[in-house]
Design a protein around this ligand. Structure first.
Ligand code: HEC
Length: 114
């Protein structure tokens, strides 16, 4: 991504953003199982998450939509926040840092199923 993005001008980026943001959101159909939903709710973090990502995790402005993203991607990126391999959002890392791998998997299943 870095080498490709490096050569884009500001206008290129705006054009790409306009193109991708106009695409319809795909229906991946990865519904969460009941155990993952229960486990995510027991973590009791949804209100903290949605204070940034908005109700239903639909995102706004430069805070991304995470509802209905691909399950494998969500597991990877939440694990990267957890392991500080994606350190650009310290408040996110602080929130997921103390969760187990099973907690992260439940969170990813819940979000993918929205
Ligand atoms: C302080 C605001 C804030 C809070 C609280 C927050 N997030 Fe985020 N989150 C962000 C921002 C901003 C990004 C984009 C970071 C970036 O630019 O890489 C992000 C990125 C993400 C991503 C990666 C999205 C992608 O497309 O790569 C996921 C998944 C996510 N957040 C889930 C959560 C969950 C689950 C919680 C609650 C445990 C949470 N966030 C709490 C602001 C927040």
């Amino acid at each position: 991504m870095g080498p490709i993005a490096k050569n884009l001008s500001g206008d290129d980026m705006k054009a790409l953003a306009a193109y991708f943001s106009a695409l319809p959101w795909p229906a991946y159909r990865e519904p969460a199982d009941a155990a993952s939903i229960t486990r995510f709710q027991a973590l009791d973090v949804e209100k903290k998450c949605t204070s940034c990502h908005r109700e239903g995790f639909v995102g706004y402005a430069n805070t991304p939509r995470v509802a209905n993203q691909k399950l494998d991607y969500l597991i990877k990126t939440l694990s990267d926040f957890h392991d500080n391999k994606r350190p650009n959002m310290p408040r996110m890392t602080a929130l997921v840092r103390n969760f187990s791998a099973d907690d992260i998997a439940a969170m990813a299943h819940y979000l993918a199923g929205l």
